[in-house]
Design a protein around this ligand. Structure first.
Ligand code: FCB
Length: 439
């Protein structure tokens, strides 16, 4: 079935998403200080080929060209993130030159009719604050509040859509338990401490937002994964419930209901992990929407050898270059579930795929990406038609970029980046999208 833009509600927003460390480069310019990702990626062996974001897509210098490309494709909106170490020295003193960059970026977006959606924290904590304990230090929530206030004051006259954190599950669990993201720790208890500080930081930012901005919307973006038991056994079902609560529930329930999910809490108690539950009233400051980053599903089996009593099982479906199963039905399922459980407006703030992209005669023929997007759009549409309040959809990503631990080996862009020349090429999917987005 062919999907058309006009199948979506009239004011539905189509956009694209990026994040600061993944595209900006210019890591030493205009007073920017290092973040935990600079430190981590410069530690040999932490990323593929020990690659880093020093130059990335050089978007800091090429933002005008990139905005023209967004306009050419026809996007209504652009989701980007602010680099905290670019706008604040030592994480707390404002850096005018860094702020100027975002002022110029936002002005250029608006001049081109593109609505900015901004994420305050997409994983690049100032290294100076990490040295004060980082997210393990409960005070980090207050540092974040001050940083958020600075950004609301600086850009709040022009930006009306704000996202506090991107995927706190990744910051906490990939960063502090699995050690594959910055700062690379391996401690389960730390991961839960960090998760709690991040959620408090979110709440404090929402609180100050309401004081400063009267005509804007604020929300939180989580990675939402469809969790399924690997086998039809009671043990796998139970393990899947716990994983669902740990990945999905842990970062949604407290924000809406002011409490952590019970089943997972029970398991943590059993294995001796302490959970801090203070300031749940701050964490549950009312928000306006949830952002949903959806990529795949996970198949879960019970595994008593593992600290959290589960393991991931490889699924049978076709996979992207990340090794993630392609599962568009899962998007429908998670949107329905979020709507039913939290009854709050939703945006898909990320969805897309890494493909085996090859540049040939100036073109990447990524028909697999077109198919991926079409099928995920259909799932979103089905959810909308069944009453889910989904208001927009952002494709990850505008450009091929620095894919964290995977370095530059994974290409998610609608636009191919030749990293040698920094030349950009619209992929076949971008051309398809251009036609799709035409009103
Ligand atoms: C998400 C991240 C984003 C990007 C995509 C592929 O988890 O938010 O920065 O890396 O995955």
């Amino acid at each position: 079935m062919q999907i058309r833009r006009k199948d979506f509600p009239e004011n539905f927003i189509f956009g694209t998403a990026t994040s600061a460390y993944q595209i900006e480069g210019a890591v030493n310019e205009d007073g920017r200080e290092p973040s935990i990702w600079d430190t981590f990626s410069h530690t040999p062996g932490k990323t593929k080929n020990s690659e880093n974001g020093d130059i990335a897509c050089d978007h800091y210098h090429k933002y005008k060209e990139d905005i023209q490309l967004m306009k050419e494709i026809g996007f209504d909106a652009y989701r980007f993130s602010i680099s905290w170490p670019r706008v604040m020295k030592q994480g707390k003193i404002k850096n005018e030159k860094g702020l100027d960059f975002y002022n110029r970026l936002v002005d250029a977006l608006l001049e081109n009719g593109i609505t900015p959606f901004v994420t305050l924290y997409h994983w690049d904590l100032p290294q100076s604050l990490h040295e004060k304990g980082g997210w393990l230090n409960p005070d980090m929530a207050l540092y974040f509040q001050d940083y958020a206030a600075l950004m609301f004051e600086t850009l709040g006259d022009r930006i009306k859509f704000w996202i506090t954190l991107n995927e706190p599950w990744c910051s906490a669990f990939l960063g502090y338990f699995l050690g594959i993201h910055a700062p690379g720790h391996n401690n389960l208890e730390e991961a839960f401490t960090v998760a709690h500080t991040l959620l408090r930081a979110h709440g404090y930012a929402v609180k100050v937002f309401r004081e400063l901005i009267k005509d804007g919307k604020i929300g939180l973006t989580n990675v939402v994964t469809k969790i399924e038991p690997a086998n039809e056994t009671d043990e796998d079902f139970q393990a899947a419930i716990i994983v669902d609560e740990l990945i999905n529930g842990w970062f949604h329930d407290p924000v809406i209901f002011g409490r952590y999910p019970d089943t997972a809490k029970g398991l943590l108690k059993q294995i001796g992990v302490n959970i801090n539950e203070d300031e749940m009233d701050i964490i549950s400051e009312p928000i306006d929407f949830f952002g949903v980053n959806y990529y795949t599903r996970q198949l879960i089996a019970y595994d008593p050898q593992n600290q959290l009593m589960y393991k991931n099982v490889e699924g049978p479906l076709p996979k992207t270059e990340m090794g993630w199963e392609i599962y568009p039905e899962g998007l429908y399922d998670v949107l329905k579930k979020l709507h039913q459980r939290y009854s709050i407006p939703l945006y898909v703030t990320e969805n897309g795929m890494a493909g085996p992209d090859k540049l040939e005669n100036g073109m990447v023929n990524d028909i697999y990406r077109i198919e991926y997007l079409e099928n995920h759009f259909l799932s979103a549409l089905k959810a909308i038609n069944e009453g889910v309040e989904l208001k927009g959809y952002f494709i990850w990503s505008l450009l091929d970029n620095f894919e964290w631990a995977e370095g530059y080996s994974k290409r998610f862009g609608l636009i191919y980046v030749d990293y040698e020349t920094q030349k950009r090429y619209l992929k076949r999917s971008a051309i398809w999208l251009k036609d799709f987005l035409k009103r």
